[in-house]
Design a protein around this ligand. Sequence first.
Ligand code: NDP
Length: 457
Amino acid sequence: MNEYISETIKAVKVKNAGEPEFLQAVTEVLTSLDPVIKANPQYKKNAILERMVEPERVIMFRVPWVDDKGFVRVNRGYRIQMNSAIGPYKGGLRFDPTVNLSVLKFLAFEQVFKNSLTTLPMGGGKGGSDFNPKQSPHTPGKRCSDAEVMRFCQSFMNELYRHIGPDTDVPAGDMNVGGREIGYLFGQYKKLANEWTGVLTGKALSFGGSLIRPEATGYGDVYFAENMLAMRGETFEGKKCVISGSGNVASFAAEKLLQLGAKVLTLSDRSGAIYCESGITEKMLKDIMFLKNVKRGELAEFAKKTKAVKFFANANSWQLADKIDAAFPCARQNELDANDAKYLLDHGCTLVGEGANMPSTPEAIAAFIKAKIMYSPGKASNAGGVATSGLEMSQNSERLSWTREEVDAKLKGIMKSIHDNAWEAAAKYGHKGNYAMGANIAGFVKVADAMVAQGVC
Ligand code: NDP
């Protein structure tokens, strides 16, 4: 490996000890940049790698709020403003007890390359809190009430609003931050800033949201995979697919796969995984979406009422089916390890399309690349969400709303561009078919060139 790269990784490890997810993401990206760093000495001269691994700004703050019983609760809020070379910071907010500096720095770092790949002018950021909307602080087994979630979101925004704006930083949703939370956050921002701007994306249609935004990450993941299949003259018709998660990304990936004639065999959540040998139907998927999004329940409940489905408590989706053509990890980071990868490869899987961020461990990725299957890294194949957020920003600036068909056509076009750019970058640097390398290189070069042009800042 190039010495500049290995020295940078070493320094990052020393400076960021105790941040395993961030170190994993940095190592994965930097080690794949070898040929591009060798061919472009200006990047070393301008300390581009050292600057890219250092966030432009890290904001950490106290989030006090009052629960339904009148007790004061305190959470920690974050916003990582990672890189603004090619546009305002852009990236989601995650509310989950697993949120910490390491997780958010890894997500913000990945976001820089992802946003660059979308072809839209967006920098990279990420934020969130260790707040857990799925667990009430006073009643075990119960979720936070809507009023508690609202009071938390308002307090979170009381600090965040100072650091964001339509031309500065435009947050969106991520895990546990959906339409309800974005609505509360937007309402509080509008009150504090006394202005109506497209400062958050993922808004409801009645106040500036974009059609297809909820569907965009899952649909985009499948569009990317369609492009990979097309390179081999294949389609999704009849393909057996396994999906993890049953949230936003997973459910819309499943919906698109069904529309394309694929068979969806599995979905999962924190309670376990469901397996349906005959294939999850559109009706079942609608019921699951209602259960997860409206009733806010668990797949275990769904399985109890549905004969065609088997439930595996605390299991993931990877090792349930005997024959698998394609896998879509759409839940969380490091959810698919070397054992799972081996199972998938042994059972016929020739395509892995990551919907989540960094869902495959480094060992699993190595196995996919060695086997030369179609493997797309999350930063490329889940970029449809942020790309459509970019389209929402454009519509807000122009005070216009595009039709569903218009947004879907633009999303498809963007996913094809991302696919083609990743393919071409990999081929140009001698690694034809390696989308992981191609996505890292294509995403990196655009940001690096902008940083060189903007001087040392
Ligand atoms: P959601 O919160 O809507 O769904 C997450 C899903 O993952 C849920 O089914 C959840 O189960 C499951 N899950 C989470 N943690 C665990 C765990 N520890 N064990 C088992 N299952 C778990 O999130 P999204 O669908 O929005 O996001 C999923 C992934 O996609 C994340 O990596 C996110 O960063 C990434 N992503 C999302 C984008 C978006 O537009 N939403 C854009 C780009 C990337 P349960 O329902 O039980 O909580």
